[in-house]
Write a protein that binds this ligand. Sequence first.
Ligand SMILES: [Fe+2]
Length: 156
Amino acid sequence: MAEKFMEWQARFSVGIPLIDDQHKRLIEITNNLYDACRQSGAIYTGFVAALHQTADYVVFHFGTEDKIMRRINYPDYAIHSKEHEMFVKEVLRQMHDYENEKTYAPHALARYLRDWILSHIALTDLKLGAYLLNMKKSGALEKALERFIDAKSQTF
Ligand SMILES: [Fe+2]
């Protein structure tokens, strides 16, 4: 079987299923984006659609992380959310350039997303994960996130 463009690994786990599941989905969506690169030619609508889907999911996922960080009064919230903000800005800029035919580099765009997402998970999100796990051990996490996560569908 061909190697996947991106693959979720156990070492990426931040310890709470809600975030891990979103990361897995984000990786799946970015894999779809990469697959859409193959159907290139001129401005390829399949790629543009996949790009929008990826960008939308990135924004949705960052929203979840931001809400969690605010709820637990995460000390590195400002730095972490700034990283999110800069990335969204850059993705939108590249998307705009692509759609306006200023650039035509779908593979480079997909690789940029992949590299950023994986390094962000491995560094910044894991740091958040370590903080969440500590809270989890003391029982403070469940309390902080109650009503945010439906206890029936998401376990800590
Ligand atoms: Fe993050």
